[in-house]
Design a protein around this ligand. Structure first.
Ligand SMILES: Nc1nc2c(c(=O)[nH]1)N[C@@H](CN(C=O)c1ccc(C(=O)N[C@@H](CCC(=O)O)C(=O)O)cc1)CN2
Length: 292
């Protein structure tokens, strides 16, 4: 058996098509959504991701604002940029690209974002509503990557209700928020979160109907960790030298041999990454609709 591909590019393109119409309605009503990005430093990966977010905005008609600060920016400089965006009516939502340089206190910065403009859904108030608001319709932005993972599965007919999801990795953008999101009644999954302190992750992963691999360790998910027919989302990103070209390339957490065992796999690149970007746009549109 070879796993069916969970094509993130195709699903993201469908989401963007849906959003284009909603953005047009907002623009017509004089409520043009505007996404700002705050990038501190010159990490090439972060620069690439931020550039992608601005391209995505242009594709669906969302205005975008770029705030780039040098690696030497101080905590006060970053806080001043945040205060400016909180006060700017042209900015209906924004993100601070992570990771921030080590000398910047990330928690303080995320906590300073106006929760109504928190396009990543990572502000403590929004994460708090996600935990508290188990039954009701969500009216706050949701973390983009976990939301993208669930939407990728649902759009490909992979049922979540009653399923056991094993998440590998406890980072704030993926692993931590996946539990509160996937266990909401609308999804009704059961979530186990594994991390570097978990003994024998393979024994736990083998029980999963769905594995979300977000460790950032190349090939950590081996075929013997996967129950035949399980769905596997390859979220973690590392870079490795391609032996054929000698160039650096993106590699995921899932060993290629897992394709012979799993029922569905999201490739990496081309799986969850494009969904993260599409769900960011969805958050921006939903926030602008609420603000309107
Ligand atoms: N403020 C945030 N910072 C970071 C987040 C986030 O959600 N919010 N997530 C990651 C980076 N990220 C978005 O910011 C991101 C990562 C990867 C992709 C993507 O589409 N990747 C491509 C492959 C890219 C390549 O070839 O280099 C893919 O998977 O096909 C989009 C967004 C950390 N920081």
């Amino acid at each position: 058996m070879v796993a069916a591909k969970l094509d993130g590019k195709a699903a993201a393109a469908a989401i963007k098509d849906e959003l284009r119409e909603r953005v047009a309605r907002l623009v017509e009503a004089g409520k043009t959504p505007g996404l700002a990005t705050v990038l501190v430093g010159d990490d090439p990966g972060s620069q690439w991701y931020v550039a992608g977010k601005h391209r995505d905005c242009a594709e669906v008609g969302i205005a975008s604002i770029r705030v780039d600060l040098p690696e030497t920016a101080t905590q006060e400089d970053v806080e001043a940029a945040i205060d400016q965006l909180n006060a700017d009516p042209a900015c209906t939502g924004y993100i601070v690209q992570l990771p921030l340089p080590k000398h910047i206190d990330q928690d303080v910065i995320i906590g300073r974002i106006d929760p109504a403009k928190d396009a990543d859904g990572l502000h403590p108030t929004n994460l708090g509503w996600l935990v508290l608001n188990v039954n009701d319709e969500i009216t706050t932005p949701l973390p983009c990557t976990p939301r993208g993972c669930l939407e990728l599965l649902e759009r490909n007919g992979v049922e979540l209700a009653g399923k056991h999801i094993v998440v590998i990795g406890r980072g704030i953008t993926v692993g931590r928020p996946m539990g509160p999101l996937a266990t909401r009644r609308e999804h009704n999954a059961t979530v186990t979160l594994c991390h570097t302190g978990t003994p024998d992750i393979g024994a736990i992963a083998r029980q999963a109907d769905i594995i979300v691999a977000a460790a950032g360790v190349q090939g950590i998910v081996k075929p013997e960790w996967v129950k035949p027919g399980a769905a596997v989302l390859d979220v973690g990103v590392s870079r490795a030298i391609d032996p054929e070209t000698g160039k650096s390339k993106v590699v995921g957490d899932v060993d290629p041999a897992v394709w012979e065992i799993a029922g569905h796999i999201s490739p990496n690149p081309g799986g969850v990454g494009p969904m993260t970007r599409a769900l960011l746009l969805k958050n921006v549109v939903e926030m602008a609709e609420r603000q309107a």
